[in-house]
Design a protein around this ligand. Sequence first.
Ligand code: ADP
Length: 592
Amino acid sequence: MQQPYAITKEDLGFSRIISIIFRSTWIHFPWIMVGLLALAFFSGTLQAAAPKILQVIIDLLVKGNGWQVQGFWKLLIAYGLCLLGGAIFKFGASKISFYLATQVEDKWRYAALRHYHELPFAWHDQHDSGEVGSRIDKGGSAVFVIIHELIGQNIFVSFLILAIIIVYTIVMYPSFALVLLFPIPLYIIITYIISQKIAAGQAHLNVLSEIANRTLYDGVANVRTVKAFGKEKEETKNYATKWSGYHLYEYGIERLWLIQDFLQSTIEISMRTIVLGYCAYTTYNGSISIGELTLIMSYQQMTFAPLVQLNSLFTRLRRNVKRISHLFEIIAEEDALHDKPNAVNIKPLQKEITVKKMHFEYSGRIAALHGLNLRIPAGKTTALVGRSGAGKSTLALLLMRFYDPEEGSIMWDNTDLRQIKRASLRKKVAWIPQDTSLFNRTIKENIAYGKQNVTQEEVEEAAQLAHAHDFILQTPNGYSSVIGERGVRLSGGQRQRIAIARALLTKPSLLIMDESTSHLDSETEKAISDSIRELHHKTTQLIIAHRLSTILHADQIVVLDKGRIVAVGKHEDLLKNPVYKRLYLMQFHRDE
Ligand code: ADP
């Protein structure tokens, strides 16, 4: 089976996107697709047949012997059934296409979201999460629109009827065909030219809307800072300037729509008048009957139905394909840190992690870490200290393989991190980041996040270890309390303790704490640190600290400065090192 979700950067063009969407629909739901096409075909054929029956009925009536003619009632019933059947099949096609469209939409949404989560940090560094969320949302909806609204519901049936009418008129009434079909190319050309302009304008309009929305969400997300600085009015003003710019541009596009509508109506009205005149003339000279006149007028009406949709079809198709292309861009991104084919599962750390001649730089920027050599012994506590920007967090991120080093390697016992299955590494390493990110879910869900099928006892044990149990019981619903966006209903220290409990629950082999006790008082912090050591004596701890008071007990302290290791040792030994001594003096003996 072809893999419909393996999108590459070559697949972002208009026709490729349409073909991929339909290929994925066909691959996953072939029978539903066949059913949909069959229903649409029956509906179109019946709708096109009804005027033909009407023609026969009218001709019978005009001849004055309608009621008496044998089979008249049958014709009347057939006419009704044709219309009713056409409507029922259309209803069925519409229902199926709705289901089909939602199913395909979901597949693409999930494919994009899954790939998004798998992409490495280097990619996330460059992309705004809100923008990615909106791309997945709009792209998913666009898949639905293309399958259901554009193809399933309207366009397919209408164009099928048009095709039937074209063939029938050319065969039966060649001279009328010319008049009837003449406006079609004209209509298409005008629609195409104007809709090109509308699409270009629409693309710019999207950019303006994104800019305005970014301002809006930025202000909303930082509401506390806005209020703290008394910037409420400015935030609204800022947004208003951008949003009114959007509207101003939108008026221009609206004008184009109106011009397009007007030109189309002019063509339609002129053609209707011409066809009616021609029909009247040919009826008068006896070339066609009154019934045929009705047939031609009905067919003319029906040919305009899909054409009227053309204007919105072009622009909507382009707009929605563009949205899908933004979603595809996410899937097309290469996961540079994907597992190697021969990747292995790792075992708990036995001896040590060794960093060898490691060099790393963030994309295109100056090096963050230079030629690092370091041993992190298993079961011990290693502390990383250094000024802000020294590279401490970067080293921690590399140890979790959120990035790969440019040069050199990191060995987990004897295995290079690049040879390890990512999922197995994540199970062995727990990370408490500097900026505790909690979910707007219950306390229990937050603590249990890193492990599946967790019992209440396990959650409480981890909470006790993190000295969080007591305050959790004091929250309105205990472990079932929902903590608000990013844990807003908790204090900084409480958030950190939840994050610590979450990490401890997974019983990690390596526990990385990135300044994660900064909001705790020294006593709590020491108690947590001791209990981690006692209970998980096999856990290797890597503590990134600004406050030296928290790491004086560490088995080894690594001093980083401007991306280089300048000293490694115990606290007493390091006092000889100027960088460490300066950090120490700044914190403990300000007056010295
Ligand atoms: P520390 O944790 O010691 O404060 P970091 O490891 O966060 O320092 O940063 C080391 C250097 O890398 C700094 O110069 C910082 O500006 C840069 N840096 C950190 N994160 C990124 C990133 N995501 N993209 C680009 N540069 C970064």
